[in-house]
Design a protein around this ligand. Sequence first.
Ligand code: ZN
Length: 266
Amino acid sequence: MEIKQYLLTRWQAFRAWQENPRTYRMDETEHVCNNCGRTFRGNYCPACSQPARQGRIGWLSLWEGIGQLWGVESRSGIYTLWQLLWRPGYLVRDYISGKRQVSYPPVKLLFILAAIIAVVQFFFPVPVEEPLVTGFRYLDTALTWLQNHENINALLSGCIFILPTWWLFRNAPRYPHHTIPEGFFVQVYVAILSFLFSSVFAESVPLAVTLSYAYMYIIYKQLFGYGYWETLWRLVVCALMSFVVVFVFIIIGLTVNEMHQNSLYT
Ligand SMILES: [Zn+2]
């Protein structure tokens, strides 16, 4: 019974953290801004936006200077990834609904991750998959390029989901009438996760793909608030519509390819 009670308390604390991971405290002491000289109360100077505690360069500044690449405090990239693993849909909801300080800027995160993973893979190379060869020149060029730019690949794949998602989830109970730009940022977060999984589990593609789709489902479930089945069938229809779009793009690509080759012989 005690264990059950303990687990219940932990679970409720976890659920509360998922819903709202952070409270902000206002610094009420008086500061004189080291940058512009204004006297103020608060965490940041209201005139020039320098943080209240920032002064002469010290050992802490050294660390902060390096840390700024990753963002600091609540907006750190690592904390954003942590949230993305444990409260993905809520993080996305927070970011697109205007709670911007909870997350490292997601597009930037996707590209910084790509840079870091490229460095890691330089030292610990993973076996490169054979590029898909279709025999159609433009298509092969495009496929090879995408294979070498997996973060952009993940983002483009996500972008195909924007319109179907917008249409199928427009009346969602928890986040109704999301806009196309909001839909884009949903896919950026999805892309960060699927890029991360495809890089970390590069040797096991089925695992990476399964994890990516599972997380996509969790994001949609937490963000839009439909039930388990209602989320599932909507996502499946989204995926089917996306496949149709990709198919149409490939047909267009092949037609252009044909026309180009025909023009070479006439
Ligand atoms: Zn100032």
